[in-house]
Design a protein around this ligand. Structure first.
Ligand code: UDP
Ligand code: MG
Length: 314
């Protein structure tokens, strides 16, 4: 199969018929063999009914329905697991991404041999103040941390080699940082393509102001997770040891000073004593935190398991 189009959706009943028929006409025109995987992230409107109807009309349209709303990352993750196409393309359901971009995205992966192509909404049709500015900020921070040169990390329209989506695990709100996840899994050929961005035709945005806070917390945790999940001791242990050693050294020097000149001062009156105590305590705290994280990270098999109510065609 040439293409899997994965579409995460939450309350997008009005857009789905138009989106699917547009994707179909593009794929038919270019003779692609394809599947459309619609992942209903616990919609409370009639999205699932619409998906059932669409899949009856076209059996290349498949569906996964979550029992509740888990978020876009979870929806993408399940879609990725199901995807069979050589190339996997994700797009939002709200018709802000244009299916007309598919052929060129596919060509860049196939012929230019990219692992991942991220869309770049160079000209955006969103609210300037609440979306465009914060998003510039996010992208700059993410570029700095990841050293991946993309303008628009969070664009819903992306194309991947199949093995890329099978190698990454997207959870929490990590969908903003998929290129980082891919890079850390060893897929370094990451490119971008300027894509057409359209105003939302139906429905409303599903992400409110809390995206700013969550976005940054996720950036911190993704760096931590990417670098230290497998070995949290390497982070906590190092700093724990450093603090502990500093504390012990100060204590020793105080004891030596006291032995050389027993009458000079009382041990507990020295600022150095408190410094030593603090350093030892911080050191032990960090060490313990490292040890506990180590245990937890070995025992979290359920962090990416979602309740699925129904499936069509998969
Ligand atoms: N979405 C989802 N689960 C959620 C929130 C959003 O699957 O909990 C989907 C949504 O239906 C859309 C895509 O993610 O297909 C992007 O969401 P939205 O268009 O609301 O974000 P924006 O374009 O405003 O950044
Ligand atoms: Mg949108």
């Amino acid at each position: 199969m040439d293409l899997s189009i994965v579409v995460p959706l939450y309350n997008e009943e009005e857009s789905l018929p138009e989106l699917c028929s547009w994707i179909k006409s593009v794929c038919d025109l270019h003779n692609y063999s394809y599947e459309i995987i619609l992942v209903d992230d616990g919609s409370s409107d009639d999205s699932w009914k619409v998906i059932e109807k669409l899949s009856l009309e076209n059996n290349l349209i498949k569906g996964i329905r979550f029992q509740r709303n888990y978020g876009k990352s979870a929806a993408l993750n399940e879609g990725f697991k199901a995807a069979k196409g050589d190339i996997v393309i994700t797009m939002d359901a709200d018709l802000q991404d244009s299916p007309d971009e598919i052929p060129e995205l596919r060509r860049m992966i196939l012929e230019d041999n990219f692992d991942l192509i991220s869309g770049w909404k160079k000209k955006r049709f969103d609210n300037k103040l609440t979306k465009n500015l914060p998003s510039k900020f996010f992208n700059a921070a993410t570029r700095k941390v990841s050293k991946i040169n993309l303008h628009d990390f969070n664009c819903g329209l992306k194309a991947y080699k199949n093995k890329v989506v099978k190698s990454i695990e997207v959870y929490g709100e990590m969908h903003r940082y998929i290129p980082l996840l891919a890079k850390w899994s060893g897929f370094t050929k990451i490119g971008e393509k300027v894509v057409e961005h359209r105003a939302r035709k139906y429905g409303v945005t599903k992400f409110g102001w809390e995206r700013f806070i969550n976005g940054f917390l996720d950036l911190i945790s993704i760096v931590f997770v990417g670098k230290f999940t497998k070995k949290p001791m390497h982070f906590f242990g190092l700093w724990g040891t450093i603090f502990f050693v500093i504390g012990i050294l100060i204590t020793l020097s105080l004891i030596i000073l006291k032995m050389l000149d027993p009458d000079s001062f009382s041990l507990t009156n020295r600022p150095g004593f408190f410094l030593a105590l603090t350093a030892i305590i911080i050191g032990m705290q960090l060490f313990l935190a490292g040890f506990i994280s180590e245990l937890i990270s070995r025992n979290a098999p359920g962090r990416n398991v979602y309740l699925i109510e129904d499936k069509i065609g998969l």
